[in-house]
Design a protein around this ligand. Structure first.
Ligand code: HEM
Length: 174
C-alpha cells in the first residue's frame, strides 16, 4: 500500500521535476535539513541544561523557554518543509523504510512532549520554577526526551541504510 503510494508519488510532476534536478536540489535541501538539526538540537539542549540546572541559572525556566522555544518551533517547521520536499523527490527511498516511520513517530512524540511542557509551564509557572524543576523524575524525563532527539538524528541517517533492520525493513522485501 505504502509502496504503491510511493511509486505513484514518484510519477507526479513535482517529484519528476526534483528527480530531473536531483544532483543540485536534493543536496541543497539536505544541507538546509542538517542546519535545521543544529537549530532544533541547540535549542532543546539549552532548555534541558536549564531543567538539569547545569546552565542558564541566571534566567528563569520561563525566560529560557521563551527564548529558545521559538527557535525550536521555527527549526521544526524547516525540518518538516525540507523533509517533505525530500520525500516528494525520492518517495520510494524514504517511505519504504522502517527508519523513516520510526523517526516520524519519535518526531511526533517529542513535539507532543515539548508542546505539553510549554503549556504546563505557562499554566503553573510558579509550581514549575519552585517545585517541579527540582524533582529528580523531571530531570530524568528531560534526559530521556533528549535521548529521543538523538535517536531521531541517528534514524535520519539510517534511512539510507535501512537494510540493517533486517526483516523489519520493508525495503528488504521489495
Ligand atoms: C519533521 C519532519 C521530518 C521529516 C519529514 C524528515 C524527513 C527526512 C528525510 C526524507 C531525510 C532523507 C533521508 C535519506 O534519503 O537519506 C532526512 C534525513 C535526515 N533527517 Fe529528517 N525529517 C524530519 C525531521 C527531522 C528532525 C527533527 C531531525 C533531527 C533532530 C532530523 C534528522 C535527520 C538526519 C540526521 C538526516 C540524515 C541527513 C543526511 O545524512 O543526509 N530530521 N529526514
Amino acid at each position: 500500500m505504502v509502496k504503491q503510494f510511493a511509486e505513484w508519488l514518484s510519477t507526479t510532476s513535482p517529484s519528476v521535476f526534483i528527480q530531473n534536478h536531483n544532483s543540485r536540489v536534493i543536496p541543497a535541501i539536505q544541507s538546509i535539513h542538517i542546519v535545521g538539526i543544529g537549530v532544533v538540537l541547540g535549542s532543546v539542549f539549552m532548555i534541558y541544561l536549564r531543567i538539569l540546572g547545569w546552565a542558564g541559572l541566571d534566567q528563569t525556566l520561563r525566560q529560557t523557554t521563551d527564548r529558545f522555544g521559538p527557535w525550536l518551533t521555527g527549526g521544526l517547521y524547516v525540518m518538516l518543509g525540507t523533509g517533505v520536499f525530500m520525500v516528494i523527490g525520492e518517495p520510494v527511498r524514504e517511505l519504504v523504510t522502517f527508519s523513516f516511520w520510526l523517526k516520524m513517530f519519535l518526531v511526533a512524540l517529542s513535539t507532543v512532549f515539548a508542546v505539553t511542557f510549554r503549556i504546563s509551564l505557562r499554566k503553573q509557572e510558579r509550581r514549575w520554577e519552585e517545585i517541579l524543576v527540582k524533582r529528580r523524575s523531571i530531570k530524568g524525563l528531560a534526559i530521556l526526551t533528549f535521548l529521543i532527539w538523538v535517536c531521531i538524528i541517528i534514524l535520519g541517517r539510517l534511512i539510507a541504510y535501512d537494510h540493517i533492520w533486517g526483516p523489519w525493513s520493508p525495503a528488504t522485501k521489495a
